[in-house]
Design a protein around this ligand. Structure first.
Ligand SMILES: Cc1ncc(COP(=O)(O)O)c(C=O)c1O
Length: 454
């Protein structure tokens, strides 16, 4: 694939390189393992085999708060105005978030799932439609489409960037396609130039799932603001956390008025005029005043934390990129900033004496580095079949259409990525350069001990 990083720094062919790795001669060929860092001489026995771990100090906790939040939370408590209809805090947050994003409007919601459900409904994505989306995402992205009685049509993943492969979108479009839903997964921007160009060509809506991408940027513009509507999550693990919470951002007043009205049980709002008590359908998807004050307090640290995550992520990449079998994620050329909700790389076990990823993850954890394997192939999980077998789907979609859907529901690149991915949580990136060295040293230590671990 275009732009694939050459794994071999010594101009060996891939086959020669693999042979060298398996016989252990690659270290000499590449100037010794010391070429990957200075850990080699003190690496010692892996912690999983009883050695001393690289690190015993915990990484940063999350979320992080200070006393300054307490007063505003107490003032909401004491006011008795806990819901937005009686308070001012949610509206205040919406103004601040729209300003931060550079959009005309923001609607705060109960959570990110409801933000996506509102956006889909208001933009007219309806039962029987198809939406092209990435299979590599948190399950909420699948759920909002299924709950909208839409067919989630997946386009395979670009394993280098972990994002929807923009070159695989067009083949998934047909006369039933209504929208593309790019997800800036892991806080790394999807290729919005290509996605928007395809949408324009086929007259499709674009709704960004930016639930992991606060302050990420594509060509200097914030993710979530590059399409018809962008949706965010403020759940506890997120960079702007309030336990639960979400937002929709956009620039079209009429659409944003409809979002407001829908999220408030369909009551009249702005251009949604009062023709009766409830002029449109709706639901209660409102944010609470407590969530808003926590968010405004958390917003104070977002910029600084984002800068730190980026700095550490880039340094970590520079430390691990030459370790054989470790392929750090790539960012598209249009990315001017990532959010780094997670730091991902691919683990190629053939460079580690075929140690399975599960063992690599255990060994890394035992060295004091928390890590995970990330998402699985969720399109093979029960929820898709459960939806397709439901009476509603059977009424909406012909037998032939569902048969074709099942036959096409295969994503080899994503399958492979799900087997190879390794993630570090954003909180690991909030530390120091020294913390990044610990991560890199631990990976190197496992690499050096691959014979003992196999
Ligand atoms: C990519 C993605 N989409 C949607 C959501 C849903 O957000 P929430 O959990 O706030 O409902 C999340 C949250 O984890 C997410 O990561």
């Amino acid at each position: 694939m275009k732009g694939v990083r050459k794994m071999n720094k010594n101009n060996l062919t891939r086959r020669e390189f693999l042979a060298a790795v398996s016989t252990g001669t690659v270290a000499a060929a590449s100037g010794g393992v010391g070429a990957y860092g200075n850990v080699s001489k003190k690496a010692g026995k892996p912690a999983i085999l009883g050695g001393k771990p690289v690190r015993t100090k915990p990484f940063s906790d999350w979320p992080i708060w200070d006393k300054s939040a307490e007063e505003s939370i107490l003032s909401v408590l004491r006011s008795g105005n806990w819901y937005r209809g009686r308070g001012t805090k949610v509206s205040e947050f919406e103004k601040k978030y729209a300003e931060l994003m550079g959009t005309k409007r923001c609607l705060a919601t109960a959570n990110g799932t409801t933000a996506l459900l509102i956006a889909l409904h208001v933009l007219g994505v309806d039962a029987g439609d198809e939406v092209v989306v990435s299979p590599y995402t948190f399950i909420a992205t699948y759920n909002v489409l299924i709950l909208s009685k839409v067919l989630p049509v997946f386009a395979d993943t670009d394993p280098e960037t972990f994002q929807i492969n923009p070159d695989k979108i067009e083949e998934r479009i047909n006369e039933n396609t209504k929208a593309i839903m790019p997800v800036h997964i892991l806080g790394l921007p999807a290729n919005m130039d290509k996605i928007n160009a395809i949408a324009k060509k086929h007259n499709l809506l674009v709704i960004e799932d930016a639930c992991q991408a606060w302050l990420a940027e594509w060509r200097g513009k914030k993710c979530g603001t590059l399409s018809d509507l962008g949706c965010f999550s403020f759940q506890n693990s997120k960079h702007l956390p309030a336990g639960e919470g979400g937002a929709i951002v956009g620039n079209d007043d009429e659409i944003m008025d409809r979002c407001y009205s829908f999220h408030n049980c369909g009551r009249a709002y702005g251009s949604v005029k009062r023709t009766s008590g409830y002029p449109i359908r709706g639901s209660n998807r409102r944010m609470q005043e407590f969530q808003a004050v926590i968010l405004m307090s958390q917003m104070k640290r977002l910029e600084k934390d984002t800068a730190r995550r980026n700095e550490n992520a880039h340094y970590l990449t520079s430390r691990i990129k030459d370790i054989p079998g470790i392929l750090p994620h790539k960012l598209y050329e249009g990315v001017t900033r990532a959010a780094y909700h997670l730091y991902p790389f691919r683990y190629k076990k053939e460079y580690f004496n075929n140690i399975p990823r599960s063992k690599f993850l255990s060994a890394l954890s035992r060295e004091g580095i928390p890590c995970s394997g990330g998402y699985g192939p969720q399109y093979k999980y029960g929820l898709i079949e459960e939806a397709l077998n439901s009476p509603g789907y059977k009424r909406l979609y012909s037998r032939e259409r569902l048969k074709r859907y099942r036959e096409e529901n295969h994503y080899p690149d994503n399958d492979q990525l799900c087997k190879e991915a390794v993630w570090f949580s954003q909180r690991l990136l909030l530390g120091t350069k020294r913390d990044m060295d610990d991560i890199a040293d631990a990976i190197l230590k496992i690499y050096e001990n691959r014979d003992k671990l196999a």
